[in-house]
Design a protein around this ligand. Structure first.
Ligand code: ADP
Ligand code: ADP
Length: 230
């Protein structure tokens, strides 16, 4: 079953046509890398999937729910679909562990013990067990981004969106973050969409590569085919 389906989707910013007749089906468990020049609509496309941007025409179905249907609960969609941005937006006055625990406590109403246990496991998974009680200002940008990833995963999303997760990072931190994303996508049955310019990552981690240009899907291929016929 498709996790995400775009049917004839059109997105406008005012008169500017940002997504042009997008048709796209992404199945459960797929890892898709989205590439394309700056301004081609990559960020817009991923942001429509959790309703951060609305669409003007067509249908967008996420986990069986049509986002254009007024009855669809957007908060449920945002629980099912986690998002990691270029900038991490951690709570600056809360330590790393608390950053990971806040949303599950409030939204999922998890018990404190269970929440803490899961959060600590997630911090271990992203290689930050020893930073649980550091403040965001005391860790590197790459570490902050890994906290942001753990924080998203704590909501047990069915799907993760990564919008240029390494483009605000110093070069020496990029690989650590991509390695964490690689490990997460390999070790779970989540659906992931990753906007990145890192071709080694696309080649190693994605099962499918989509190339966007000027708001249109120009290529949509299995990874091995994509790299055979660039
Ligand atoms: P990419 O992620 O591929 O760099 P974006 O999705 O950020 O592309 O942007 C696609 C196009 O839409 C660009 O021309 C950008 O300037 C325009 N755009 C993005 N956000 C807005 C907005 N909020 N209002 C108007 N135009 C926007
Ligand atoms: P990115 O680093 O993803 O390329 P941008 O600099 O394109 O980010 O956009 C940053 C913010 O500005 C986004 O929220 C985007 O929606 C908005 N934006 C981008 N282009 C425009 C535009 N032409 N008019 C208004 N807002 C825009």
């Amino acid at each position: 079953m498709a996790m995400i389906e775009f049917r004839n989707v059109q997105k406008y910013y005012g008169k500017f046509h940002a997504l042009k007749n997008i048709n796209l089906k992404i199945d459960k468990g797929e890892t898709v890398v989205l590439i394309g020049p700056s301004g081609s609509g990559k960020s817009t496309l991923v942001r429509t999937i959790n309703g951060l941007e609305d669409i003007q025409e067509g249908h967008l179905i996420v986990n069986g729910e049509d986002l254009t249907d007024k009855k669809t609960d957007i908060n449920q969609i945002r629980t099912d679909v986690g998002m990691v941005f270029q900038h991490f937006n951690l709570y600056a006055n809360k330590d790393v562990l608390e950053n990971v625990m806040i949303a599950p406590r409030i939204v999922l109403k998890k018990s404190e013990d269970e929440n803490r246990k899961t959060a600590l496991q997630l911090l271990e998974r992203v290689g930050l067990s020893d930073k649980a009680h550091n403040m965001p200002s005391q860790i590197s940008g790459g570490q902050e981004q890994r906290v942001a990833i753990a924080r998203s995963l704590a909501m047990k999303p069915k799907c993760m969106l990564f919008d240029e997760p390494t483009s605000a990072l110093d070069p020496e931190m990029i690989e650590d973050v991509l390695d964490v994303i690689k490990q997460i996508t390999e070790q779970s049955d989540m659906t992931s969409i990753i906007v990145t310019h890192k071709m080694w990552f696309a080649q190693e981690v994605a099962n499918r590569v989509i190339f966007l240009d000027d708001g249109q899907i120009i290529e949509d291929r299995k990874t091995n085919e994509f790299f055979e016929h660039p």
